[in-house]
Design a protein around this ligand. Structure first.
Ligand SMILES: *Cc1c(COP(=O)(O)O)cnc(C)c1O
Length: 217
């Protein structure tokens, strides 16, 4: 079995320089994150607010914390002081709440709109029309304490490479209408190389770095 730092080195060697590797550390203990940190990793992704808040207080201050889970409006306030990028914004009301909490903290919070590209019913996200409607609305332009950087998506949970590729392509194609929003967060342990081929600029990799998660919350 390879170590965490070897896993990171291996993945980094496969990806172009313009692609950011986010180490998805949900459910993993601080010691494992520190091992990744010591090998130079600075971008970490977490799915649960309380776990993220705990880790942020305990780990080095120069870590860039990405929130990649489903965010409830009433919990935005806990991560607003420090979060680096919120990936899963899937409604205008959530965006408004992020803006409000960012304002309270006297900062601008970077966000990605989560787009629904999978065939499954279970995934969160906006469809392309809903995302366009938000980005073109007057109310959106009035939000001064959030900055949309781009889009995040998850492909269908399938072995069929052509299906996954098609879904990633659809997001890349959609994003061309909004050239200022050029961060594309897609690709995980199983499909990050394919994702990069299809234009991903941010991959979220968990199990290929830290090993399988043996429990889920
Ligand atoms: C857990 C998770 C990942 C990482 O998944 P792996 O298959 O372990 O790489 C990526 N993105 C999101 C949104 C996740 O919840």
């Amino acid at each position: 079995m390879m170590s965490i730092s070897e896993n990171i080195k291996h993945i980094t060697s496969q990806i172009p320089e313009n692609v950011t590797l986010i180490a998805v550390s949900k459910t993993k203990p601080n010691e494992m994150l520190l091992e990744a940190y010591k090998s130079g990793q600075r971008h970490f992704g977490e799915n649960y607010v309380q776990e993220l808040v705990d880790k942020e207080t305990q780990l080095p201050k120069d870590i860039h914390w990405h929130f990649i889970g489903h965010l409830q409006s009433n919990k935005v306030k806990y991560i607003a002081p420090f979060v680096y990028l919120i990936h899963g914004v899937d409604s205008f009301s959530l965006l408004k709440e992020i803006n409000k909490q960012a304002q309270k903290n006297n900062r601008v919070i970077d966000c990605l709109l989560q787009i629904y590209i999978a065939q499954e019913e279970t995934k969160f996200g906006l469809d392309f029309n809903e995302a366009s409607d938000i980005l073109n609305s007057v109310e959106f332009k009035e939000l001064k304490n959030i900055q949309i950087k781009g889009f995040m998506a998850m492909a269908s949970n399938t072995e069929k490479e052509e299906q996954i590729r098609k879904e990633f392509k659809s997001l890349k194609e959609f994003s061309k209408q909004f050239p200022d929003y050029n961060t594309l967060s897609f690709g995980m342990s199983g499909d990050y190389l394919l994702a990069i081929e299809e234009g991903s600029t941010m991959i979220r990799v968990g199990s290929s770095i830290f090993g399988e998660r043996n429990y889920t919350k």
